[in-house]
Design a protein around this ligand. Structure first.
Ligand code: SF4
Length: 170
């Protein structure tokens, strides 16, 4: 099994989300949030496609790679920076490096915030990522779906209805 950037993101958000996604239970196609994200993605960056390359390698898909400056650009629709976003990009840099493409940096872009954050891959990061990959594979292989998070942490998750339908509002 190849660990993807989405696996890394979900692992850091919620182990149950990771397990559901990896075991083929996806709500992405019907999620308004995901649709909205794709729309923002397309409208904000549609004129930039010539400058950037799309890369698919070892299970990851990088939409915007700038080969001239060796920068991976990752666009997020949210209005706040999340640690999971940063690790997703670090994972892209890690996979590129594992495949002989070294010295690449990352750029997290938040169009709604008009903000960009540089992302670098450090030596400690490489160890953290190697450990994360082992834990992700173990969760995915598990027979049991992990427990839910507290509901207050589920508001923006595409699995909200799946996890909480039938529950009384508190
Ligand atoms: S709704 Fe909550 S518990 Fe369910 S997958 Fe999403 S974050 Fe996890």
């Amino acid at each position: 099994m190849q660990v993807t950037g989405t696996h890394i993101n979900y692992y850091l958000n919620c182990h149950r989300q990771l397990w559901l996604f990896a075991n083929g239970i996806t709500m992405e196609s019907t999620s308004d949030l995901v649709y909205e994200g794709k729309l923002l993605h397309e409208t904000s960056y549609q004129r930039r496609s010539e400058k950037y390359q799309e890369i698919e390698i070892d299970g990851i898909k990088i939409d915007y790679y700038d080969p001239k400056n060796r920068v991976v650009h990752e666009i997020k629709k949210t209005d706040k920076h999340e640690e999971a976003h940063e690790w997703q990009v670090k994972y892209y840099l890690y996979v590129l490096e594992q495949n002989g493409v070294a010295g690449v940096t990352g750029m997290l872009e938040y169009p709604r915030l008009h903000k960009t954050d540089e992302v670098l891959l450090t030596s400690p990061d490489r160890l953290v990522i190697a450990d994360m990959v082992i834990k992700i594979e173990s969760i995915i292989r598990s027979e049991e779906c992990p427990q839910r998070l507290p509901k207050s942490r589920c508001k923006n998750c595409s699995y909200f209805d799946f996890c909480w339908s039938g529950e009384e509002e508190k």
